[in-house]
Design a protein around this ligand. Sequence first.
Ligand SMILES: [Zn+2]
Length: 568
Amino acid sequence: MKIILTLQLCVFLLFTLHSQYDGNTSPSYPDLIKIYIDLAEKNTEIELYNMGQSDFGLPIYLCIINGAQDSIKSFDKARESTTLLINNAIHPGEPDGVNACLIWINDWILTGKKTKNLPVIGIIPAYNVGGMMNRSSSSRANQDGPEEYGFRGNTQNLDLNRDFIKMDSRNMFTFAKIYHGLDPDVFIDTHVSNGADYQYTLTYIASIRERMGPELGTLMHEDMIPYLKKRGEKGNFDMVPYVNLKGATPETGLTVFNDLPRYAMGYASLLNAISFTIETHMLKPFSQRVQSTLLFIEESINWMKINSGKIEIAREKTSEWERKMEYYPFQYKLQVKRDSILFKGYEFSNPISEVTGLTRLKYHQDKPYEKFIPLYKTYAAMDSLFIPDYYIVGGECSAVLKRLKSNNVEMSLLDNFDARIIGRYRINSFKSNKKPYEGHFLHSDIDVEISLIHRGFKKGDVLISSHQKNKRFIVSVLEPGTPDSYFTWNMFDSYVQQKEHFSSYVFEDKAKEILESNELLRADFEEKKKSDSEFAESAYAQLYFIYKRSKYYEPSHNYLPIHSGMYE
Ligand SMILES: [Zn+2]
């Protein structure tokens, strides 16, 4: 009798814990952390760690399941065995993963039913703490639930899902500690999408295959994704690649998202993880979205349980591929090559809007269709660069060095005047955004020239070998011409600003002397006047032309404190 009662009580408790998270509410940050603290206190297999600060002043937590029940050994175990990391609420208005992870812990761990061969699982309960603390019921205008949720921006009003390279938030320094501490094999960032209407509850962005190592790319795109799709069809959570529209509606085709390293999944992909952003559909009810997120997580874990050996081999081979890489490809562009995909959408029409009197887009959920639509998924690198043996970065570049260190990049200090033949980086030209983007005026179209010079370095300058783990990360942030380099993110802007100048009226006489003493320069100058009418009409441009070629022009202008060298 007693046993039966206890069992009934257990089932009741599990039911209430489960049902607490599958309704139309999502916990606040303080409540969420209380739940995790309670779970960790009562269950030895659930560990919870305060991993460091957020921008808000409250800590970011990491829950580890199936660790070693030891604050150091659990991280060792994660790095050495198969590990999944789930990041929730980077956009706190999209808290589906917050609830899904709580339900998953209830269903899989508290019942103790499904723990055999479980990978190590890291869960960040909520990453954007500042956004979580800024709750309302209205910031997601198009979304169906939950009743209350957090805000997209963090306390600095940054979108943390653009912050993975530039690291403007304290959150990202904490994230880097979590990420490198675990070195996950599979990474899932949970979201809710905006955009078109269609039948699917869950869409996914997978790492671009062309950017991944061949073994890992094959394992993800030919094994894991087909497995998830098949399980999804059976489990009634059909999924489709993220609906990134080529035109106004899905009929014109979907384009695969370019997962640059600034995004969570692009960062994880650069660090050789199988990486997903999952996006549930805003118009589906919250509980349905949570259920789809939960199923995606469950089936990812099921796949990892079966394929742990394959995952470890593919990651080892990917590290080997990276070690042997001589050229770093970049500037990935979507190709015109067209595939197709069976898509479950809704018919649409363009009636006259009662608000604007103009045509509007209207989807008809009562008219579902299933048909093939174009899918553009092939990317190709438009550029590549030779990877040097090492870089030397000026010791004064503290912001850059701090970011490299927090990403576990090994470096050594030069301790005396060290002369060598080395490549010097000059920025010949670049464009900049006219409006700020995430607190920066991002650079693009960067023309970099590397010239060999013999020069010495000062004590405190830093040598960074490219022959170490995460080689592609090091190259992608230090090579100024790549789309998410530290140069692109404005960390070397002071070096592309001229510090001294000239006054035209004073320089006139000097310019005359310079031209008279340098025949070659005079010939170039006359030629330029003849061939360039704008130049011929600008006194300032002409004086600057002479100034720039004279000894008065500062020799350091446009040279970065980055050098690259080869071992002999
Ligand atoms: Zn999002």
